[in-house]
Every structure is written in structure tokens, then in C-alpha cells.
Write a protein that binds this ligand. Structure first.
Ligand code: G3I
Length: 336
């Protein structure tokens, strides 16, 4: 479809990106990506298990082709992610004695040394070509009174893993924008804990430049008012905000399973995209990019989460054709 406007021409308030794997840079997928988007996020290729599968052995075989594609097509790149509790090999959390790490001074020192080495290598490998990084991902657990997820990172190193990650990232990349990224930030309890952490760390001088809102939502949740409160919450901190992983599931509960996406859900989805992008445009001074967590409905993590069933959360369908959701973003008067 070359007779429809490019998303990136229709939305000029901020760059619009897509998360990608190797499958999205070839053939018709590559053409679609190139035509409509102005930014990309490698969905898995920059994570720890891909980049440092064993200690001090770095591999860029997955990420390099994606980065090269982005550069040759003039697409911005969001780096995702340097520190996470998932997709991190077990060796990272194994002590010198071969046992799982615990809260000892020795394990903490080893863990932070591994963290520093990882960031120096991975962020250093790409240097200025990756100008925005999700330095830490999903560190908040709103059910803890201190709001901090009890990952092995935290139980071994306390908040120092976050401090170290940002300090080292800033040293390696003085000009990059450094983000803390999380999901469900439209839930008041969650965003309040995230706010408190970012406020505390910034007051200590930890170089956090931005807050990433993942925005994995669905056709009936959240309300626009809830999403607006999410953005407003962080304005007093003076941080950049980015929408980092948006998709809009057609499902409203884990019990539903449609063989093909129902027309009414696709229409609802178009309105959600319309209203949510209108909100982002209203806050264009705060929101500096919006990324969708995938290119088209043929490749989405929601096909296996929270259960295995076909979902259709993106702007283009499984045959790469523009959906009503696309028109919700590009020209809501044409939603049908
Ligand atoms: O690479 C292996 C392959 O060798 C194996 O045959 C296959 C069989 O299951 O698995 C492949 O690994 C999968 C990997 O994606 C690459 O496709 C993993 O099982 C699968 O769990 C993994 O899922 C990724 C997920 O993060 C893992 O937590 C999704 O693709 C990725 O989109 C998703 O992204 C996260 C963000 O990083 C953070 N926010 C939430 C978001 C969605 O979960």
C-alpha cells in the first residue's frame, strides 16, 4: 500500500517507532518499516542473554544487522535494555563459589563489577549511534512498601545496581538520554512508586533523563484520564517521557479467544489509538517519542501472553495491510 500516508508524515509531534526482530528488516516488512516509521527498538537483540551469553564474551550478531538497517534508513534507535530481571543468563547471578548469589559484600561487588563491564561493552560498542537507552527495565513492584522489585539485582545489591547502571551508562555515553522504563505506569500505585524512586535518585544526582511508559494496554483499559494522569505525574520532575512499548490488545480478559479479530474490537481499537495519540500530541512538549511494540500483527509477543491465542494489537494486520487502528493514528476521519 503506497497510496496511504506514512505514519511518520501524519504524526509530526514526535518520532514514531516500532520494536523489531530480524524478521522485520527484510522483504515487505523492511519496506513497511522504512516507509512508516522514524525510529526502531530491537525487541530482544540488545538484551543481556543476546549480547553477553557467557561472561565477558560479547555477541552482536543479533543486534548489528538491526542497527545497520536503522542507520542506513535514517531511523533513530532506542536501546533496550541494559538491566532487566528477565532474559539475563544465570551466570550473572552465580557467585565465585558457584552458588546463587546472596546479600553478601562479596557477591554484591562481583555483581556490580559484571554490570559495569556489561554496560561498558554493550553501550560502548554502539556509542553515539544509540542515543537513547532503557538503562533499567521494570524495577518497580508497587506491592512492596518501598516500591522496589525483589529481583536478584535488588536482593544482592539493593538500589546500588540502579545507581551503578546509570552512572556507568553516563560515563560511557555522555550525550545519550538515559531512561528508566516500566509497565502499568497508568496504575496510580505503580506510577507513584516509580515517581518516588526517580525523584529520590535524581536528588542524589543519579543521571536519569527520562521515564519510559511501556503502555501495553487493551481496547477497554485504561481510560484516557488515567493515561493523562500518568503523563502529568512526571511533569514536575522535568524529565523527558517516552511511550516505549505501546500495543492495544483486542482482548479484555484472559478467558477470551477469537479465531479472527472481531470487527467491533478492531473498531474499538481504532478509537483507542485515536484518543491515545491525541493525548500524546497534547503533551508533545513532554513526550519525545512513541514506539509500538511490533511492526504488524503477524509478529507480536501477545500471541503467547498471557495465554496462547491470536491477538491483533498493532497498526498493520497479518498481511501488512493498514487496519482501522492505522487510521486512528493517521486520520481518524477515515476510521471505518
Ligand atoms: O530465541 C529463542 C528460540 O531459540 C527458541 O526456539 C524459542 C522457543 O520458545 O524461544 C526464543 O526465545 C524467545 C524470545 O522472545 C525470542 O523470540 C523467548 O522464548 C520469549 O520468551 C521471548 O519473549 C520476549 C519477552 O520480552 C521476554 O520476556 C518477547 O519477544 C519480547 O517482545 C518481550 O519484550 C518485553 C520487553 O522487553 C519489556 N517489556 C515487556 C515486553 C513484552 O513482554
Amino acid at each position: 500500500q503506497t497510496d496511504i500516508p506514512a505514519v511518520r508524515d501524519a504524526v509530526t509531534a514526535f518520532p514514531v517507532g516500532a520494536a523489531i526482530t530480524g524478521a522485520e528488516i527484510v522483504g515487505d516488512h523492511g519496506l513497511l518499516l522504512q516507509r512508516h516509521f522514524s525510529s526502531v527498538t530491537p525487541g530482544n537483540a540488545l538484551k543481556w542473554d543476546a549480547t553477553e551469553p557467557s561472561e565477558n564474551t560479547f555477541s552482536y550478531a543479533q543486534a548489528d544487522p538491526l542497527i545497520a538497517f536503522a542507520k542506513s534508513n535514517g531511523l533513530a534507535i532506542r536501546g533496550h535494555t541494559l538491566v532487566w530481571h528477565n532474559q539475563t543468563p544465570a551466570w550473572v547471578f552465580t557467585g565465585a563459589d558457584g552458588q546463587p548469589m546472596t546479600a553478601t559484600a562479596e557477591d554484591k561487588a562481583l555483581l556490580l563489577a559484571r554490570l559495569e563491564n556489561h554496560i561498558r561493552n554493550v553501550a560502548g560498542h554502539y556509542g553515539a549511534s544509540i542515543a537513547v537507552w532503557d538503562v533499567v527495565n521494570e524495577v518497580i513492584d508497587e506491592n512492596q512498601s518501598d516500591g522496589l522489585r525483589r529481583s536478584t539485582w535488588f536482593t544482592v545489591a539493593g538500589l546500588d545496581y540502579i545507581r551503578t547502571a546509570f552512572r556507568v551508562a553516563r560515563e560511557v555515553l555522555p550525550d545519550a538520554k538515559l531512561f528508566i522504563n516500566d509497565y502499568n505506569t497508568n496504575v496510580p500505585a505503580k506510577r507513584d512508586k516509580l515517581y518516588a524512586l526517580v525523584a529520590q535518585l535524581r536528588s542524589e544526582g543519579v543521571p536519569i533523563d527520562g521515564v519510559g511508559h511501556q503502555m501495553h494496554i487493551n481496547v477497554s483499559w485504561p481510560t484516557i484520564a488515567e493515561s493523562e494522569a500518568m503523563i502529568q505525574k512526571f511533569i514536575p520532575l522535568g524529565v523527558e517521557q517516552q511511550i516505549t512499548e505501546m500495543d492495544v490488545s483486542i482482548y479484555t480478559s484472559s478467558g477470551e479467544n477469537f479465531p479472527t479479530p472481531p470487527a467491533d474490537r478492531l473498531l474499538q481499537q481504532a478509537y483507542v489509538y485515536r484518543d491515545t495519540f491525541a493525548l500524546f500530541r497534547k503533551y508533545a512538549a513532554e513526550i519525545t517519542s512513541v514506539t509500538l511494540w511490533g511492526l504488524a500483527d503477524d509478529n507480536t509477543w501477545l500471541d503467547t501472553f498471557p495465554v496462547t491465542r491470536k491477538d491483533a494489537p498493532l497498526l498493520f494486520d497479518t498481511r501488512l495491510q493498514a487496519k482501522s487502528a492505522y487510521w486512528g493514528v493517521v486520520d481518524p476521519s477515515k476510521i471505518s
